[in-house]
Design a protein. Structure first.
Length: 297
């Protein structure tokens, strides 16, 4: 059995840890509110922009060339993995890595074997995990979340878009955590490029396409909106991941605080038992000594 001093030291250590986890939970909760507000505002905008592009594509058909819808034989692939810069968020980052591995296994095993799968990691943890496995990484986007804005994310999106447009990559995928609520984050594996078109049977049913007046022209509008929409799509994924990170960290720290409380109860019980045993031993020794003295007289 551990000595009383050792148990006391463990109690002090666990109490200090519990205070830290409580503080981290409160910080995560404050950051989560701001991150959640950001993604809630972004979702309708991204959805509306996507609907406009879909309607424009149906109106113009194949009359307007679009390099981002070009389908090629998939030989070279770029996977964008969105993680976080910090840990202590439960399985948040490891789930993204699992999603990346499952994506490779399900769709790109041949390309991976040929060494034709490259990665772009947004977030320090993903960058470290992929580098540790020896995968080829492009660029350094490890501190995007330190100053999260559209401009910082746009650089990563433009790299992927330029790589696809010039034929460096035949397909681009993005893996991230979608925010559902504080306790739930959903791993999403989405094809970023080429842009997936609606099935014809679905588009044929869409009879409520607005009557647009194009100014300056259909071609110029589409050539401007499509790149912007793609950048918004990446920015939305990063915002989703940011909110998910704070939700995951808040949940993890809440559980850690509860676990620390349970451990404190167990340690205090152990301490009280050890203390009582020590007192009992001392009493027995005193009584034994007194009886020995009485017998010696």
């Amino acid at each position: 059995m551990a000595s009383l001093k050792e148990v006391r030291n463990r109690i002090v250590s666990v109490q200090s840890t519990q205070q830290i986890t409580k503080a981290m939970k409160m910080v995560a909760a404050a950051k989560l509110r701001r991150a959640q507000d950001s993604i809630i505002r972004m979702r309708p905008y991204a959805q509306r922009l996507n609907n406009i592009l879909t309607n424009l594509s149906e109106l113009t058909g194949d009359t307007v060339s679009n390099p981002y819808t070009t389908k090629r034989d998939v030989n070279r692939v770029l996977i964008i993995a969105v993680t976080s810069d910090r840990g202590l968020a439960g399985a948040f980052n490891s789930n993204v890595m699992k999603g990346v591995n499952s994506l490779i296994t399900e769709k790109y095993a041949a390309q991976m074997a040929a060494g034709n799968v490259e990665f772009l990691a947004i977030g320090k943890k993903g960058h470290e995990a992929l580098a540790k496995k020896g995968y080829k990484l492009n660029g350094d986007y490890t501190h995007v979340f330190a100053n999260l804005s559209f401009d910082t994310v746009r650089v990563a999106a433009e790299f992927a878009m330029e790589g696809f447009r010039t034929g460096t990559y035949d397909q681009v995928e993005i893996v991230y955590n979608e925010f559902k609520n504080v306790a739930t984050q959903i791993i999403r594996k989405e094809q970023f490029l080429p842009i997936e078109e609606k099935p014809k049977d679905e588009t044929a049913k869409n009879t409520n396409i607005p009557d647009y007046i194009f100014e300056p022209s259909k071609e110029e509008i589409i050539q401007t909106l499509i790149p912007k929409s793609l950048k918004i799509q990446v920015y939305k994924a990063v915002l989703e991941s940011n909110a998910s990170e704070h939700g995951a960290r808040m949940t993890a720290m809440d559980k850690a605080t509860d676990n620390a409380g349970e451990l404190l109860k167990s340690l205090k019980l152990t301490y009280n038992r050890s203390r009582q045993a020590a007192i009992t031993t001392e009493i027995l020794e005193i009584v034994g000594g007194a009886e020995a003295l009485a017998a010696g007289r």
